[in-house]
Design a protein around this ligand. Sequence first.
Ligand SMILES: [Zn+2]
Length: 508
Amino acid sequence: MKDIRWPRVLCGALGSALLLMTACAAPPAPQPATQQQVTTQPDTPAAPPAQEPAATSAPAPATARVVVLENFLADIAQNVAGDRLTVQALIPAGIDPHGYQPTPRDVAAVVDSDLLIVNGADLVPTLEDLLKSAGGARAVVEASAGLTSREAREGEEAVMSPEERAEALCAQAPDHAHAEAVEAAADVAAAPLLGEAHDHEEDVKEGGHEHAKEGDHDHEKEGEHQHMHSLERFEVILPAQGATFAGFVRLEVAETGDYLLALPQGQFAVTPAGQSEPVEVEETFDLDCAGLTRAAQMELQAGEYVLALSEWTQAEAFVVFGPAGAHHHHDHGDPHFWLDPTLVVTYVENIRDALSQADPAGAATYAANAEAYIALLKELDAWIAEEVAQIPPDQRKLVTNHESFGYFADRYGFQVIGTVVPNISPMAQPSAQQLARLADRVKEAGVKAIFLETGANPKLAEQLAQETGIRVVTELYSHSITDAGGPAPSYIDMMRYNTRAIVEALRP
Ligand SMILES: [Zn+2]
């Protein structure tokens, strides 16, 4: 699994918003004299026309060929380009960028382009393939460059399939143990607390994933419950019991939720402290990673538990334990910045700079257009806030089919209660059991409606409506604008449409 963003895969440590693809590979192919080379310095002021290469062979500036991957982004870019350039959108209306597969025509369009603008943050997993197929030289700009991904908040966990859980667990399970092994006790009363000696601050980055920094989680200010915010690997020394090894440790669970316990071998039972009945395991699944062979998922209330390990063939053991859903599914953070219009201001600035690089003579036009569009974004932001004010704050609860409304939620005071499918494919179908679990969560939280984004399986909507008995609002336009005749032909229309749909469903 990749753990770095694609441009670095291709190019090494370039953090710049503007990447020249030829800079990464072996010596670039010689460029025809007529082709203007794009530089990698976005902050360099545009060269005055007099310094440009031979005026007779230089292309007219407005012929720079700009291709934009995502269609909502193409609309934003077109607003910045104005009449000076026509940008070409690659992903057709209604297609989810997560599942997008480039066509030969798309590859051809990229081959012919001088500049490719993408959302970035790994929204389109096939982008790397597209660039490889296209080859050649062009600037590739991530519109979201410079924005920091949000971390999933508590309770936003998705309802994942066992396979997805296993994959996530394998990706996250730290492959090194904490410094001190815990000696399990032969009897329950003496069981030591797992992770007690553990210093959380040293481990905010583990398993290749960036975790929330200190202070990002309000509850961390409470102090003592700082562990168990991610899957952690614990070294355990088990006393001999007959021919095998067995022992007890205690687990402290800071918050109610789904937890995963993964083991390399042996038997286990998790029992609330002071009780005799182990908690029911909701799901178990096989693993083949990080030395682990299986995992169990269970819902635990905040409090203390006793973990009994038995029938191990060796004294030195380890277990991986932690919250099941504390991690966002996107490997590189949450790419859905555009659902907060105030973050789109950064998109506009990056696009403005990229267009000015590709077409320096148009810089003033792009600057003016960007300014005008940013004013529209601010207007949009104010309008959304005003609309959302119709929903009492305690009813601003969102359940969507996919983890995409986090930035919107953060900006306008919503809580994301859950998601139906955790992953990139809108075709992913949660099991009946997973739907039932989501239904429970929805009922508990008193959510009034579930929102399905366009592209979601319609059967899911029916099933959910049946399971939950609550309203299912279909066709939120979160990842794609519509055709000109549709209800959301532009980015701003899309945001207005979604806001209206959400407000209408949730207001009293
Ligand atoms: Zn998405």
